[in-house]
Design a protein around this ligand. Structure first.
Ligand SMILES: [Zn+2]
Length: 657
């Protein structure tokens, strides 16, 4: 029967969407999914009467002429805000006084997106409306249907209105902006604006192309018998019906537990791929909620604890020019100090001079800065002010701020470079990088000492580090016997560093830590790597033609050969890379988290590689194992949510025995 086959296909595809978008655990392969989808579309074309509103083929989009306003059946209230823990505590105490029995709270992340209300009629999605002013919103049903985290059909035939927050993942937001910038289209200021712009497209095919998702945060059931007793159970029930809920939800016994939840997320939030600006705290019991009731604009049983802002405006005092180890000159914004995301910020990234031009940033401007996962925040926008027009337009420098050499651009790059081989700024940066944690990891040799050594004429290149004597260190101002000996010993120790550290430290163009690691594993010794030809290099997985050429050129340039020879004569002999021990972890990807007892994380990842496995820094559905030590953080939560096997250190050691 065609009708049964269609039902089967719809159910399989809906189930697959749910597994993929809600549980993040794929159930069908892309190939199988596409095959079922094509069959369903074909059957529906042949039998148009059997095409229903809940069919997954209805997600593809259509064009509307305008959006119609729609009066909400149940009003969408705002939330009162709290900005500090004392207020949160007194909010709770006031509520607890009203009841004899204890008041439990539920904490959830407040997603920085767009609130919407979705209506399901006997399990079928029929209407989707924006929040609007809470009383009336806009009907954007067709656009919402394209979002795969929104079920078109529920697993039970319930009539319910749910509310959720539509958001765009940060990574998708950045990709969208990059593309828009390339095509000369509008660049969005933040993921919320991008989500909003994508939702309000009259052509829902455009919405369908944007990567939007939704977290559901409440549901109002038509039949009160369907309603659980409390908010937490309600959320679990919504998940069971097919809605995506945020995994970071916690039932708390009192205000202190809720405050702990807020504190945890104040910093952890930057690790998430979506923006959150606070924590929503609700009284758990629906009976208690009902007794507390509403004010004119907000429920008395809920509050939003707001994190310190991720974005803030401040004044641009100056643009500092930084010269990197490659000679690239980059602008850094110097700002009036301001609180941002829990710390005081006075410097921000401006990327490059094209970006300054694009934003039309001028010294003296009021600018919007944003903190993301990066350590240094960035300037994202110039505020419109009267002063702006009177400020002089910023012009990119023509000469190196350190040595005065004329700056150049390289083909197809917007970056300006100082090409002076004797530029002190570049030389110092090269030595800084050589000694840094990422490269040779030489303890006690930081930028301040390098500056001193350089200015005293002891060092000009990384090679000179290995010529330094105890006397040289002791001649520096403020350096005593003990610290001189520490520095000297640290340098000696670095002579036999692992090969991958040595290759990283060479700063070959486009060869970072990861590529250096690949090269070390592949060739085992510096001699072998130096003897490799371009074809051979290009064949290695993870190294393209361009990088292969750059590596080859590096090892065939006179001055580099000379430098490597000098290093060898000074006793710098990188340890050979370990050969593969076994392939028991072949195809497996590990994520390491927490503090291990018997080894460092670096050592653990060496072991994994020597057994044919890989490591990655973030947990995803592609992770095979999470190796967790003490005090593991959010990665562990994520692994648990995705049901990825978690290994203790002992279990791991057992596996490699
Ligand atoms: Zn220079």
């Amino acid at each position: 029967m065609v009708i049964n086959r269609i039902k089967f296909l719809k159910d399989e595809i809906n189930k697959s969407n749910y597994k993929y978008y809600v549980e993040e655990d794929p159930y069908l392969s892309d190939f199988e999914y596409d095959k079922l989808f094509a069959e369903l579309r074909e059957l529906e074309e042949k039998h148009p009467l059997l095409k229903t509103a809940d069919s997954p083929t209805q997600r593809v989009g259509s064009v509307s002429e305008k959006f119609f306003s729609h009066k909400h059946k149940y009003r969408l209230y705002s939330l009162d805000n709290t900005y500090n823990y004392e207020d949160l505590k007194s909010w709770y105490e006031k509520i607890q006084k009203e009841f004899k029995e204890p008041v439990e709270l539920v904490c959830e992340l407040k997603i920085d997106g767009l609130a919407i209300a979705l209506t399901y009629d006997k399990g079928i999605f029929t209407l989707g409306v924006t929040r609007g002013d809470g009383v009336t919103g806009e009907n954007i049903t067709n656009n919402l249907k394209t979002i795969k985290a929104i079920p078109l059909k529920l697993f039970e035939e319930k009539s319910v209105e749910v509310r959720g927050e539509i958001y765009m993942p940060k990574t998708s937001f950045e990709r969208l902006n990059e593309e828009n910038l390339k095509n000369g289209e509008k660049v969005f200021a933040n993921p919320r604006n991008a989500a909003s712009g994508s939702l309000r497209q009259l052509d829902s095919k455009i919405t369908a192309q944007r990567d939007l998702s939704m977290f559901t945060y409440t549901g109002i059931f038509e039949n009160s018998a369907d309603t659980p007793d409390n908010h937490y159970d309600g959320m679990m029930y919504l998940k069971k019906l097919g809605f995506k809920i945020n995994p970071n939800i916690r039932l708390c016994k009192n205000a202190d537990e809720a405050i702990n939840f807020c504190k945890e997320w104040e910093n952890k939030r930057f690790e998430l791929d979506y923006a959150t600006d606070g924590v929503v705290i609700k009284v758990n019991s629906f009976a208690q909620q009902q007794e507390l009731g509403f004010t004119a604009r907000a429920p008395k049983w809920a509050t939003a604890f707001k994190f310190p802002p991720e974005e803030v405006t401040t004044k641009l005092l100056d643009v500092e020019l930084n010269v990197g180890k490659t000679g690239a000159v980059t602008p850094v914004a110097i700002l009036t100090p301001v609180q941002l995301g829990g710390s005081v910020v006075q410097r921000a990234s401006l990327h490059n001079f094209d970006e300054i031009k694009r934003l039309d940033v001028r010294i003296g401007d009021s600018v919007l800065i944003k903190k993301a996962a990066e350590i240094i925040p960035k300037v994202i926008k110039v505020m419109e002010t009267d002063e702006h027009d009177n400020l002089p337009v910023y012009t990119a420098p023509e000469t190196c701020p350190c040595c005065g050499q004329k700056l150049e651009t390289r083909e197809q790059e917007v970056v300006l470079y100082c090409t002076n081989p004797d530029c002190p700024a570049i030389n110092k940066e090269k030595i800084n990088y050589w000694a840094s944690k990422e490269a040779m990891d030489i303890d006690n040799i930081g930028p301040a000492v390098i500056e001193q050594l350089y200015n005293s004429g002891f060092i000009k290149t990384p090679v000179d580090l290995y010529k330094l004597t105890m006397e040289d260190f002791l001649s520096l101002e403020g350096v005593k016997e003990k610290s001189a000996s520490n520095m000297y010993e640290a340098i000696q120790k670095s002579k036999n560093n692992p090969l991958k550290r040595f290759i990283t430290a060479l700063s070959i163009r486009n060869v970072g830590k990861e590529t250096a690691d690949i090269l070390a594993c592949e060739y085992g010794s510096l001699e072998n790597l130096m003897a490799a030809n371009v074809e051979e290099l290009a064949e290695i997985n993870g190294i393209g033609d361009k990088i292969a050429e750059e590596i080859f050129e590096y090892f065939h340039e006179e001055k580099n050969i000379e430098m490597l020879k000098n290093l060898e004569e000074l006793g710098v002999k990188p340890a050979l890379a370990p050969k593969a021990v076994s392939d028991i972890f072949k195809g497996a990807t590990f994520v390491l988290t927490g503090t291990l007892q018997n080894m460092t994380r670096d050592e653990a990842s060496e072991i994994i590689k020597s057994h044919g496995g890989k490591t990655s820094s973030s947990v995803s559905k592609n992770t095979t194992y999470v190796l967790a030590g003490a005090n593991a953080g959010s990665k562990l939560d994520k692994a648990q949510n995705l049901e990825i096997p978690i290994l203790t250190e002992n279990e791991f050691l057992e596996m490699i025995k």
